[in-house]
Design a protein around this ligand. Sequence first.
Ligand SMILES: NC(=O)c1ccc[n+]([C@@H]2O[C@H](COP(=O)([O-])OP(=O)(O)OC[C@H]3O[C@@H](n4cnc5c(N)ncnc54)[C@H](OP(=O)(O)O)[C@@H]3O)[C@@H](O)[C@H]2O)c1
Length: 294
Amino acid sequence: MSLTGKTIAIIGGKTGLLGQALCRTFSQAGAHPLALSSADCDILNPKSVERILNRKDPDILINAAAYTQVDQAEDEAEKAFALNATAPPLLAALAAQRSIPFVHYSTDFVFRGDKTAPYTEYDPTTPFSVYGISKADGERGLLKLGYEHTLIIRISWLFGPDRMNFVEKILTLCDTHDSLTVVDDQFGSPSYAPDIASGTLNLLKKQATGVFHLANSGQTSWHGLASMAATLADKKCTVTPVPSSDYPTKAVRPHYSVLDLSKYTRTTGLTPRLWEDALKDYIHNQLHLGTDTV
Ligand SMILES: NC(=O)c1ccc[n+]([C@@H]2O[C@H](COP(=O)([O-])OP(=O)(O)OC[C@H]3O[C@@H](n4cnc5c(N)ncnc54)[C@H](OP(=O)(O)O)[C@@H]3O)[C@@H](O)[C@H]2O)c1
């Protein structure tokens, strides 16, 4: 399917980390992204979404909005479930009424983390944080609805331009600290937002539906990601590995949530670039930090 000239409604497109990357990528591909904020349409109020869809008549509806504060969700379960579990099937139903594709994002935190090999789309979801449970419920609600043009893309450890994220936080802390400690016993797949956006485009071109895993290739720990970021940005700060037990958080995170990307590769014929290459691109070309900058 060609996306040239198509109108793509992107909820979360005005302020979200992924939403803004989607808008840029779709625009560069010749489509017309319609960036939507919660003021334009509130996913907790389907009538407001319906009004926008009636007015703009998009060809595709993308939901890049969510409750994403993983620790805060432990105290705000009701809000997390409303946004992550209740809203997505209502959005998919609106897309179904109009016979347009619906794209939704989920997370590696739907997995418990007790595997030692990458998680595939066929592994059962067994989350234990409120955030993870709410996202898994959202997925289940969408699949139960049975709308054939729904695409659910699970991503992980998102970083990129336009919104504060783990990498930028680490680099900012490096400016005011001689040393930092970062956990080295949680492993995952970093995902560069512009790469997730182009991966989404590739899946839509193939008219993919169902559940897909998408991230950059390779895996690392939070410490591995932080220390590589500090090195690439030429920061003088020492990044020391520590176990998760030294850094207790409200929400328990999986120790291992690397995503298997082979279904994406089989479907599109493409392999996402390594997370190290994406990180380098981000730090040198977006943040303009490090030795490669002129
Ligand atoms: N960040 C990660 O590390 C990560 C990892 C795995 C999966 N994911 C998933 O990837 C997707 C995108 O995450 P992200 O990090 O890009 O999110 P984000 O930067 O936190 O942005 C969330 C967006 O949700 C919108 N939103 C919140 N409440 C809304 C409402 N009631 N109605 C409409 N929009 C609302 C916000 O828009 P306003 O500012 O206009 O309110 C904001 O743009 C989510 O599904 C998330 O679960 C993220």
